[in-house]
Design a protein around this ligand. Sequence first.
Ligand SMILES: Nc1ncnc2c1ncn2[C@@H]1O[C@H](COP(=O)(O)OP(=O)(O)OP(=O)(O)O)[C@@H](O)[C@H]1O
Ligand SMILES: Cc1cn([C@H]2C[C@H](O)[C@@H](COP(=O)(O)O)O2)c(=O)[nH]c1=O
Length: 221
Amino acid sequence: MSAGLFITFEGIDGAGKSSHIDTLAQAFRAAGRLVTLTREPGGTPLAEKLRQLLLHDAMDALTEVLLVFAARRDHLRTVIEPALARGAVVLCDRFTDATFAYQGAGRGFDLGVLSQLEQLVQYIQGPEADFMRNPDMTLWFDVAPHIAAERLAAARAPDRFEAEPLAFFTRVAAGYADRARQAPARFARIDAAHPPAQVAAQVLAEVAARGWLPAARDSAA
Ligand SMILES: Nc1ncnc2c1ncn2[C@@H]1O[C@H](COP(=O)(O)OP(=O)(O)OP(=O)(O)O)[C@@H](O)[C@H]1O
Ligand SMILES: Cc1cn([C@H]2C[C@H](O)[C@@H](COP(=O)(O)O)O2)c(=O)[nH]c1=O
């Protein structure tokens, strides 16, 4: 059985994450891997209820933080860990980097408290040893906030986060850049301003570069 693989998709709203997650899922399936596609906040019945509150109900930053981590704990325990244990590739649309970017950089919430909650929530008691669950790789869709805003304006009615002003997303984007600087081996920066086909090709190339998918010229042969 292959070892499980945990890959997260991150970036500001409108960067194009959700548009490309299926492309990577198809590539892994074509390579014979089991794939679990999921998202945060959400991914379980309980966490999807919390998602609705987070996206649509007014609340202060601490409440927001507690809800995203509560949703994450349920998601990790009941979906992510069991899938990884089965040897699946888990592709997750957002994870804890989003909390540091949105609640930390965007809302100005204390980063030290976020780190403590991260340690608490992602602590897993394994069959052999306890460990911290972190993504194996994070695809960071980086795009200028004004481009992302134009895409979203054309796409759908905004939720509570998407309705935030450009200055909020400028801070969130800087928050992602900080997280990428802190974990350069985990992050792959995707130039999400490019047209969709080019973005998809870069996503596949970054994953192939880690040896988890055949390189494009091999799969064409
Ligand atoms: N590279 C691209 N160039 C132009 N438009 C794009 C590109 N990628 C995605 N889009 C369009 O931008 C809009 C937002 O894309 P998408 O929903 O994938 O972004 P997202 O990062 O998942 O946003 P959110 O986090 O808010 O769900 C969609 O209408 C999509 O078709
Ligand atoms: C995980 C997580 C998410 N958010 C925000 C970011 C987005 O605006 C929404 C989710 O919507 P999407 O269309 O599925 O991207 O939630 C957050 O603020 N903090 C988090 O930890």
